[in-house]
Design a binder for this molecule. Structure first.
Ligand SMILES: NC(=O)c1ccc[n+]([C@@H]2O[C@H](COP(=O)([O-])OP(=O)(O)OC[C@H]3O[C@@H](n4cnc5c(N)ncnc54)[C@H](O)[C@@H]3O)[C@@H](O)[C@H]2O)c1
Ligand SMILES: O=CCCC(=O)O
Length: 500
């Protein structure tokens, strides 16, 4: 562990205050372990494309072992803790995350590529879910219901669903994990986490801090693996009672299908294709700022990133100029380097995807405002210049497919009904954004947009208190907020007689 941290310090000028947080093993059945035959997979540092570190590569056998351990661990944990005690454990974990935020942000930035500032922001965001559910733990109420039978009362109890399988993506290596496991642990569940193989180290460091907080080691398991088929055990094993997945819609559909065979409770946080609409009466400076936040955050790699930017024809040129001014100030480079404001994409496939979207848009009549190529002088890293293309049209790939990269495609429009129809013309329904100063329009359009989250005059809505989730093929279930705990609970109805 410390050899890896030494290597970090030499290669990246990143000295961890606590090198023991850099863990390359997995947490299975109560102890840190290497994989059988010391099998490992490489994890890349995206700004150079070189191997950052190797991580233990577990097989289906250890995942099964973790699930079995989590079953025993969960029963003991729920029996031996009150909601208040579980909340207190989460609060300690939160405080440890905060105390180690610099180290966590450094690890996260190097494995994912996002800038150190963004990584610090993500660690704070990840911690906010732990704080939130440390409080929600004690606010899980049942009901007393008037019965239609005489002398009888109906009561409901909220109970933990049991062992939860957690599968998360690389774009938020810390927050996507805490947003799931904090409510699970608050409810009295245990978890088996399959972290993303691109970014496993944040999950491992968070699990170490959870154990230091006193969360029993049989309640939290982390099994990194590159073997997708082994990972699917979390969707098929009958001991697992809940599958919580964040990732692409294709993989989500596949795993939801597997999970249906044992009727697991399932949450699916999937892909998006967010519209970002600027009406002619909008504050254009505010809209340009919002577009920067929701298009270029994490180099365009968030599920709530604007994918289609609809701008009213009367203001399209002014808006494009304002956006260009801001985009041209972005500085690309290694995320932890001073002054860098935009990191690389996660891998070469991501670079090729944005390249193909830009090429297609330009072929079909799009006008390049800025960017449009891989930058020079940044070596072999997975960089792509922040790009703006005007005159986008519905026949372009970017109109249908989530770019997941720094391409701002601007679609001109003239009419409110028409733009709302275009915005809804997608199988996705995660986030939408629009800008207007007309309060009637704000209410009308907010209701008309088909998405789980709508930002009105804001480019950033993610927060622990706000229900996060989609409609249509963006999935089901809500994370964070007062609803997030329900996803890890079942309702038991008790009817109390004598009933005469
Ligand atoms: N709605 C949300 O809250 C949200 C949040 C973040 C990312 N996303 C979406 O995630 C996608 C990007 O993430 P990604 O590329 O990591 O997605 P992905 O679907 O390829 O992978 C997500 C996770 O699933 C695992 N996985 C892949 N195939 C699997 C299989 N057959 N069996 C078991 N596990 C499997 C991966 O290893 C990873 O851990 C985008 O579409 C983005 O919109 C959604
Ligand atoms: O990528 C999706 C999650 C991002 C967020 O929670 O804001």
């Amino acid at each position: 562990m410390s050899a890896a941290a030494d290597d970090f310090a030499k290669r990246y000028s990143l000295k961890l205050a606590d090198p023991s947080l850099l863990i390359t093993q997995g947490l299975v059945a109560g102890r840190w372990r290497s994989a059988p035959e010391d099998s490992k997979f490489p994890v890349y540092e995206p700004a150079s494309g070189t191997v950052l570190l190797e991580c233990a590569n577990f097989t289906r056998n250890e995942i099964i072992e973790a699930i079995q351990s989590a079953e025993t661990g969960q029963k003991q944990y729920f029996k031996s803790t009150t909601a208040k005690e579980r909340g207190a454990l989460l609060r300690i974990w939160h405080d440890l995350i905060q105390a180690n935020k610099e180290d966590l942000a450094g690890i996260l930035s190097l494995e994912n590529g996002k800038t150190l500032e963004e990584a610090k922001g993500e660690v704070a965001y990840a911690a906010s879910f732990v704080a939130w559910f440390s409080e929600e733990a004690t606010r899980s109420y049942g009901d007393v219901i008037p019965s239609s039978y005489r002398h009888t009362t109906v009561m409901t109890f909220k109970e933990p669903v049991g062992v939860c399988g957690i599968i998360t993506p690389w774009n938020f290596p810390a927050a996507m994990i805490t947003r799931k496991i904090a409510p699970a642990l608050a409810a009295g569940c245990s978890v088996v986490i399959k972290p993303p193989s691109e970014t496993p180290f944040s999950a491992l460091a968070l699990a170490e801090l959870a154990m230091r907080a006193g969360i029993p080691s049989t309640v939290i398991h982390v099994v990194p693996t590159k073997d997708r088929s082994a990972a699917s055990e979390l969707a098929t094993n009958p001991i697992v009672k809940k599958l919580s997945f964040t990732g692409s819609t294709g993989v989500g559909k596949y795993l939801a299908g597997l999970a249906s065979q044992t009727m697991k409770k399932v949450s699916m946080e999937l892909g998006g294709n967010a519209p970002f609409i600027v009406f002619e009466d909008a504050d254009l400076d505010l809209a340009a700022l919002g577009a920067m936040q929701c298009k270029f955050r994490s180099t365009g790699q968030t599920c709530v990133c604007a994918n289609r930017i609809f701008i009213h024809r009367d203001v399209v040129d002014t808006f494009a100029e304002k956006l260009k001014e801001r985009v041209q100030q972005l500085k690309l480079g290694l995320g932890i380097a001073t002054g860098v404001t935009q990191g690389p994409l996660v891998n070469l496939a991501a670079v090729k995807k944005i390249e193909s979207h830009v090429e297609d848009a330009l072929k079909l009549g799009g006008e390049l405002v800025c960017g449009g190529k891989r930058p020079t002088g940044l070596g072999e890293g997975y960089f792509y210049e922040p790009t703006i293309v005007k005159n986008a049209t519905p026949d372009m790939i970017v109109s249908r497919d989530e770019t997941f990269g720094p391409l701002a495609a601007i679609f001109p429009f003239s009419d409110e009904d028409d733009v709302v129809e275009q915005a809804n013309e997608t199988e996705f329904g995660l986030a939408s954004y629009f800008y207007s100063k007309d309060v009637h329009r704000c209410m009308r359009v907010a209701r008309a947009l088909e998405s789980g989250m709508v930002g009105v005059n804001v480019g950033m809505m993610s927060a622990a208190e706000t229900p996060f989730g989609g409609v249509k093929e963006s999935g089901y279930g809500r994370e964070g907020s007062k609803y997030g705990l329900d996803e890890y609970q079942t309702i038991k109805a008790v009817t109390l007689g004598p009933g005469q």
